[in-house]
Design a protein around this ligand. Structure first.
Ligand SMILES: Cc1ncc(COP(=O)(O)O)c(C=O)c1O
Length: 342
């Protein structure tokens, strides 16, 4: 039985081409910056993301936290949405590593609001922390995409205040596909950007952090401090290189599958799904029924070869990815319908 895994796009496996590239790539000691494959990945990532330089990271979390550490010092403040991955899902690392204060703002549907951010910037006052960084996310963890005009407005406001902007672009290529723009149209309104290669792009491991040459050199030292100085990392950079060059071209398929899934789910009695909110590869839906009903869904699907994270208070998320095709979407819809009918 084929297992259909829609828990996340992090479950994607490296392609055959990626596995073969791992075998043949030249390697060296990357702490000496001697690994030709890592160097090539970093140059290519910088070019694609429209920045001067880039740095290969083990994970999106390492990449974001290295960026925060590099921009913000102990006791300084960073402004970000209260639902941001950096605030909620990185184990409180901002407090532990940078030692910075998080000023989290409540944005409607997670959509950053320029006026609210500007209002949260601290004035020069002996009592106040210094605002050192604004963190954005695109695509948002709720599957929505921040329009380019909003990115531009916030970036220009930040420049007026002399504050850098970091973007958690774990899914920035999904955002670019959804907005119908080159990814550089988004990243140009950031001073640093972190982009995950191991999600929809299918690399086995890794993210890249991109920014100015000067920023990346400081980030390199912080990555070393975090134990992230890798040696013959070319074997990981080789599939990552394929991921960043080739795999954005296929993300529209995941988005189409997600829309198809949402359209089907909203027709199932007892399920509430706003298909118009599906912009990338994430589908959110709610089961309006007793706790016993929604709590049983993931176990029922698992027995039928469909992996879904357990719902939280009746809310579910399914994420389409390279391992899921249109036939699988039909299978998911058929099984969810059967569950709801029983
Ligand atoms: C928006 C966002 N940022 C950052 C990350 C962190 O990536 P990693 O799991 O590679 O640490 C994730 C992971 O799911 C994410 O969804």
């Amino acid at each position: 039985m084929k297992v259909i895994d829609v828990r996340s796009d992090t479950v994607t496996k490296p392609t055959r081409e990626m596995r073969l590239a791992m075998v043949d790539c030249p390697v060296g000691d990357d702490v000496y910056q001697d690994d030709p494959t890592v160097n090539e990945l970093e140059e290519e990532a910088a070019r694609i993301l429209g920045k001067e330089a880039a740095l290969f990271m083990v994970s999106g979390t390492q990449s974001n936290q290295t960026a925060v550490m590099t921009w913000a010092g102990r006791g300084e403040e960073i402004i970000l949405g209260e639902e941001a991955h950096i605030a909620c899902h990185e184990v409180g690392a901002v407090a532990v590593l940078a030692g910075a204060n998080m000023r989290t703002l409540h944005f409607e549907n997670g959509m950053p609001d320029c006026a609210m951010i500007e209002d949260a910037i601290r004035e020069e006052d002996i009592h106040c922390p210094v605002t050192a960084l604004i963190c954005l996310e695109n695509a948002l963890a709720n599957g929505r995409v921040v329009p380019v005009a909003v990115m531009k407005e916030i970036y220009e406001m930040a420049k007026r205040h002399g504050i850098p902007v970091h973007m958690d672009g774990a899914r920035c290529f999904n955002a670019a596909v959804a907005l119908g723009v080159d990814v550089k149209e988004i990243t140009r309104y950031t001073d640093s950007v972190s982009c995950c290669l191991s999600k929809g792009l299918c690399a086995p491991v890794g993210s890249v952090l991109a920014g100015s040459r000067e920023f990346i050199e400081r980030a390199r030292k912080n990555r070393k401090l975090l134990g992230g100085g890798m040696r013959q990392a070319g074997v990981l950079a080789a599939p990552a290189l394929i991921a960043i060059k080739e795999m954005p071209k296929r993300l529209h398929v995941d988005h189409e599958n997600a829309r198809c899934l949402a359209e089907g789910l909203k027709e199932i009695p007892g399920i509430c799904c706003d298909s118009s909110a599906v912009e990338i590869n994430m589908v959110f839906f709610r089961i309006n029924a007793d706790e016993a009903v929604w709590k049983g869904l993931s176990g029922y699907l698992k027995e039928r070869g469909i992996l879904v994270n357990p719902g939280q208070k009746g809310e579910f998320r399914m994420v389409t990815n390279a391992g899921v095709n249109r036939e699988d979407i039909d299978t998911i819809l058929r099984e969810v319908k059967a569950y709801m009918e029983q």
